[in-house]
Design a protein around this ligand. Structure first.
Ligand code: NI
Length: 181
């Protein structure tokens, strides 16, 4: 287990389609070590999610944890989730705008529309299938991380760049503002 270097915007690995993990390989030492290192890296940098391409591994794995906050949909902290080969299905046409940041795009925040509710099917770190519904901020983080597996970043999803904001300006002008569309 180690803290991994995070790929920054401009690194081609962030724009590639990540490969699925063969089911039989999930329990391999290499994949298990990658997952542990991704969790450690996410925690080290205070992220709520991290996808494998962000640590230079173009495979379909992401980890999410600790979705606490004060806005609507953020009240429930979420346990660590490891999702492998995830398939997302839109469960609500309703879109919500809220702030996102990304460890690969440091120091910026922007408002991004996401589906309010999604159905998620994936494999867990033990190789077993999980199937669940996610809403609000949980659904947002999953959509953000899933985008990393298909070569997308949150900037690609913004309706306009008018809300794009550096962190000090975010704290000064925007924090606490209700952003649900
Ligand atoms: Ni990201």
């Amino acid at each position: 287990m180690s803290i991994l270097k995070v790929a920054k915007l401009g690194n081609p690995v962030l724009r590639q389609m990540a490969k699925p993990v063969p089911v039989g390989a999930i329990k391999d030492h290499e994949i298990q070590r990658l997952i542990k290192s991704m969790v450690a890296t996410m925690r080290e940098y205070g992220g709520v999610g991290l996808a494998a391409p962000q640590v230079h591994e173009s495979v379909q794995i992401f980890v999410i944890e600790g979705l606490e906050g004060t806005g609507p949909g953020r009240q429930k902290p979420t346990q660590l989730q490891v999702l492998i080969n995830p398939v997302l299905t839109v469960a609500s046409d309703e879109l919500e705008e809220d702030w996102e940041g990304c460890l690969s795009i440091p120091d910026l925040r922007g408002q991004v529309p996401r589906h309010r509710e999604i159905q998620v099917r994936a494999l867990g770190a033990d190789g077993h299938q999980v199937d669940f519904r996610a809403t609000g901020f949980h659904a947002r983080v999953i959509q953000h991380e899933h985008d990393h597996l298909i070569g997308k970043v949150f900037l690609d999803r913004m309706r306009s760049f008018e809300s794009l904001t550096f962190l000090p300006e975010f704290s000064r002008y925007w924090q606490g503002q209700k952003t649900e569309a």
